[in-house]
Design a protein around this ligand. Structure first.
Ligand code: GLA
Length: 397
C-alpha cells in the first residue's frame, strides 16, 4: 500500500510539473491566425482547413506562425441538454472539434478556441460561467492548445477570480494550454495576470484604421496608433511567458465599409507589433494572400525582433512633430529601432540619436525590412520615412 505521505508528494510534484509546462508555453509572443477580424462568426471546417493548408504551403508555418485559433461562433446556441457540454456547430463543423484539432496537428500546427468568462460570449453563444472545469476538460479531450477567454456578459463578476478559476481549471485538466485573457484592460490585468495566463488584452477592439476611433455607439474600435500609444506605461509588466496584448493584426483584413490599411500603414502595423512584443495573430484570408502581404509577414529579420528571447517591450524614445522613434533591447546586446512618420504630408527625415538610445561611438546599422547593412554611424542615424510608414533597423557595436 502507498503511504499517505508518498501519495501527497506524488500529487505535489505532478501539479508542479503541470504548472511548469503551463508556464513555459509562451516564452516568446504567440504567432498564428485567428478568425475574428475578417470572418467574425462566419467560420467553418472548410474555411479553417483552407487556412491551415496555405499556412503550410506558403511558408507561413516555417516563418513561425503556429496557432490556428477559432474565435467566437464555433458553437451551437445551447449546451448539450444531457451533458451540459459545449457543442461544435454541426453545420459549420460537421466532423466536430477533435477531428479539426487532429487535422491542424497533422500539419504540425497548434489549435485554439474561444470562449468567455460570462454567461454568454460576445456574439451570444454559451459562455463558460459555472462550467469552468467541465469546459477545460472538454478542451483537453479535444487536444486544444490555446484558449482565448473573453469578458462579455460578466455582470458583477470579479475578473481576477473569474480568470484565476479558468486558469486553475485548465491546469487541473492537465493539458498545457496557452491562456489568453481578453478583458480589454478593464481591470488592469497587467498588474495581476502574469501567474494566471500567458497574454492579456490591454485595450478594446482594434480596427483596420491607422489612428482614431470607430464609434459603434455602445462600443468602439481603435486604430493602431491610438492602441500603441497606450502601451508604454505598462511595458514593465510584460516579458517572456506573459505578454501585453494590444490585439490581433489587421493586415489585409476587410471590415464592412472600410478601405483597410494602406501598404505603408501595414509596414507601420507590423513594425510596431514586433517592437512591442504583441502576439502576432493574423486574421486575413490566406487563400487570397498576394505577394506583398506574404513578404510583409514572412520577413525573418523583422519577425526575429518580435521573437527575441529577452522579451523587452519597445518604448517610444523620441517624438518630434510627426516623427517618432521606438527602441527595444535585444538579447544579443543590439537595439531594434523603429522610425515612424505618423503624418500625412509626405516623406520626412526621422533621426535616431545615440544619446536617446543610451549608446555611444561607432555603430553598425542594418535595415531589417530590406535585410541590408547601411554602414557605420557615429552619434546618430537618419532615414527618409514616407507618410504613415515605418522603417526598422538594428543598431549594434
Ligand atoms: C470581443 C473581443 C474580440 C472578439 C469578439 C468576439 O469583442 O474583444 O476580439 O473575440 O469579442 O465576439
Amino acid at each position: 500500500m502507498i503511504k499517505r505521505s508518498s501519495f501527497f508528494l506524488f500529487l505535489f510534484f505532478s501539479c508542479k510539473i503541470y504548472s511548469q509546462k503551463f508556464e513555459g508555453l509562451a516564452l516568446t509572443p504567440p504567432m498564428g491566425w485567428n478568425s475574428w477580424n475578417t470572418f467574425q462568426t462566419n467560420i467553418s471546417e472548410e474555411l479553417v482547413k483552407g487556412i491551415v493548408d496555405v499556412m503550410v504551403s506558403s511558408g507561413m508555418k516555417d516563418a513561425g506562425y503556429s496557432y490556428i485559433v477559432l474565435d467566437d461562433g464555433w458553437m451551437t446556441m445551447e449546451r448539450d441538454p444531457k451533458t451540459g457540454d459545449l457543442v461544435a456547430d454541426p453545420k459549420k463543423f460537421p466532423h466536430g472539434m477533435k477531428a479539426l484539432a487532429d487535422y491542424v496537428h497533422s500539419k504540425g500546427l497548434k489549435f485554439g478556441l474561444y470562449n468567455c468568462a460570462g454567461t454568454k460570449t460576445c456574439a451570444g453563444y454559451p459562455g463558460t460561467r459555472g462550467y469552468e472545469y467541465q469546459d477545460a476538460r472538454l478542451y483537453a479531450s479535444w487536444d486544444v492548445d490555446y484558449l482565448k477567454f473573453d469578458w462579455c456578459n460578466t455582470d458583477r463578476i470579479n475578473s481576477i477570480e473569474a480568470y484565476t478559476t479558468m486558469s486553475t481549471a485548465l491546469k487541473t485538466a492537465g493539458r498545457p494550454i496557452v491562456f489568453s485573457l481578453c478583458e480589454w484592460g478593464t481591470n488592469k490585468p497587467w498588474q495581476w495576470a502574469a501567474p494566471v495566463g500567458h497574454l492579456w488584452r490591454t485595450t478594446g477592439d482594434i480596427s483596420n484604421l491607422f489612428d482614431g476611433i470607430l464609434d459603434h455607439g455602445s462600443w468602439q474600435q481603435q486604430g493602431i496608433m491610438r492602441i500603441v500609444d497606450s502601451q508604454d506605461t505598462i511595458r514593465q509588466y510584460a516579458g517572456p511567458g506573459h505578454w501585453n496584448d494590444p490585439d490581433m493584426l489587421e493586415i489585409a483584413t476587410k471590415e464592412k465599409g472600410q478601405p483597410g490599411l494602406t501598404p505603408d500603414e501595414e509596414y507601420t502595423h507590423i513594425t510596431l507589433w514586433c517592437l512591442v512584443n504583441s502576439p502576432l495573430l493574423l486574421a486575413n484570408d490566406f487563400t487570397e494572400m498576394d505577394a506583398f502581404t506574404k513578404n510583409l509577414l514572412e520577413n525573418d529579420e523583422v519577425l526575429a525582433v518580435s521573437q527575441d528571447s529577452l522579451g523587452d517591450q519597445a518604448v517610444e524614445i523620441a517624438r518630434d512633430g510627426d516623427a517618432r522613434v521606438y527602441a527595444k533591447k535585444m538579447a544579443d546586446g543590439s537595439k531594434a529601432v523603429g522610425l515612424f512618420n505618423t503624418g500625412t504630408n509626405g516623406t520626412i527625415t526621422v533621426t535616431v540619436k545615440w544619446s536617446d538610445l543610451k549608446i555611444s561611438g561607432s555603430q553598425n546599422v542594418r535595415d531589417l525590412w530590406r535585410q541590408k547593412d547601411l554602414g557605420k554611424f557615429k552619434n546618430d542615424f537618419s532615414l527618409q520615412v514616407a507618410a504613415h510608414s515605418a522603417e526598422l533597423v538594428k543598431i549594434s557595436k
